[in-house]
Design a binder for this molecule. Structure first.
Ligand SMILES: Nc1ncnc2c1ncn2[C@@H]1O[C@H](COP(=O)(O)OP(=O)(O)OP(=O)(O)O)[C@@H](O)[C@H]1O
Length: 246
C-alpha cells in the first residue's frame, strides 16, 4: 500500500532523509521509531505529498505521489485519515459535528446517512451516544483521542497516519487508544503508519517497526526482529527501554 524508494530530503545544507526505503503492505500497521529530530514527521509528510523530496519515489496504492500536482494530491489525500499529537478537534463543535466534518466537506450524503456513519465510527471507538453533544473541552484526553480517531476513519480511508497518538496519556489510556488503533485495522482493514516514542505501545500494535536514525532506516521488520537487532544504535534504544522494564 505504501512503498518508499530511496527518498532523500534536505533543508538547505541539512540532510534529514538520506535514502529511505520502506514498504508497508495493505492492512499492516507500521510503527516508525526513532530519536527526536530523526526525521519521522518529515517522512510522514512525504507520504501525503506535503513535502516534495529531492530524490526518490513515494508510491501510495500504486501511484507515485512525487510528481502529482495540487488536484491529484487532493484526490490522493482522500485515501488518508490523519490523527495528530494534539487531537486537533474543533473546540467550537460538539463531538458529533467534529466527526461529521469530513463528510460534510467532502461528500453529498444526506443528514440521515451522515448520522449513521458518525454513530458507526463512534461505536467502533467505544464512545456512547451521550458524548455526541459534548464539546472537546469537556472530554478526557483519551476520549479526545478516540474522537480524533473516529473522525480520521469516518470517510473509510485506506490508510491512517498517526503522529504520536498516545503522547501525554497515562498507561491505561494508552492501552485503550492502542486497542482502538487495532480495532480500526481489524474492522476496516486499514493500513496504518504510526510515529511513536512509546516502545511499549509500538510493540502492542505493530506488525512491523521501522527504526529511523540519521536519515536512514536502520532496521525494519516484525517487533521481535527489531528488538533482537545487532545494530548498535537500535540495541541501545531497545536496552534503554527493555533494560528497565523486563
Ligand atoms: N520545513 C522545515 N524546514 C527546515 N527544517 C525542517 C523542516 N521540517 C523539519 N525540519 C528539520 O528536520 C529535522 C527532522 O524533523 P522531524 O520533525 O521530522 O523530526 P521527528 O523525528 O519527527 O522528531 P520528534 O520526535 O521530536 O517529533 C529536524 O531537525 C527539523 O528541525
Amino acid at each position: 500500500m505504501i512503498e518508499i524508494v530511496d527518498l532523500h530530503k534536505s533543508f538547505g545544507d541539512y540532510q534529514v532523509l538520506t535514502g529511505i526505503n520502506l514498504c508497508v503492505p495493505e492492512g499492516n500497521t507500521c510503527v516508525i521509531l526513532g530519536g527526536s529530530g530523526s526525521g519521522k514527521t518529515v517522512l510522514m509528510k512525504h507520504m501525503i505529498g506535503l513535502l516534495k523530496p529531492d530524490k526518490g519515489q513515494v508510491v501510495i496504492d500504486g501511484e507515485d505521489v512525487v510528481p502529482m500536482g495540487a488536484e491529484e494530491l487532493e484526490r490522493m489525500r482522500r485515501k488518508f485519515g490523519m490523527v495528530f499529537q494534539a487531537a486537533a478537534l474543533f473546540d467550537s463543535m460538539d463531538v458529533f459535528e467534529n466527526v461529521a466534518f469530513p463528510l460534510r466537506e467532502h461528500s453529498q450524503l444526506s443528514e440521515q446517512e451522515i448520522r449513521k456513519l458518525v454513530r458507526e465510527k463512534l461505536d467502533l471507538m467505544g464512545l456512547p451516544k451521550t458524548v455526541e453533544d459534548k464539546f472537546p473541552a469537556d472530554l478526557s484526553g483519551g476520549m479526545r483521542k478516540r474522537v480524533g480517531l473516529a473522525r480520521a476513519i469516518v470517510m473509510n480511508p485506506k490508510i491512517v497516519l498517526y503522529d504520536e497518538p498516545t503522547t501525554g496519556l497515562d498507561p491505561i489510556t494508552t492501552d485503550y487508544v492502542d486497542e482502538m488503533i487495532l480495532a480500526a485495522q481489524r474492522e476496516l482493514g486499514i493500513t496504518s503508519v504510526v510515529i511513536s516514542h512509546d516502545i511499549a505501545s509500538a510493540f502492542n500494535i505493530a506488525d512491523q517497526i521501522a527504526f529511523l536514525s540519521k536519515g536512514i532506516i536502520l532496521e525494519q521488520g516484525p517487533p521481535e526482529q527489531v528488538r533482537a537487532s545487532r545494530h548498535p544504535t537500535v540495541e541501545v534504544f531497545m536496552q534503554t527501554w527493555f533494560g528497565k522494564n523486563d
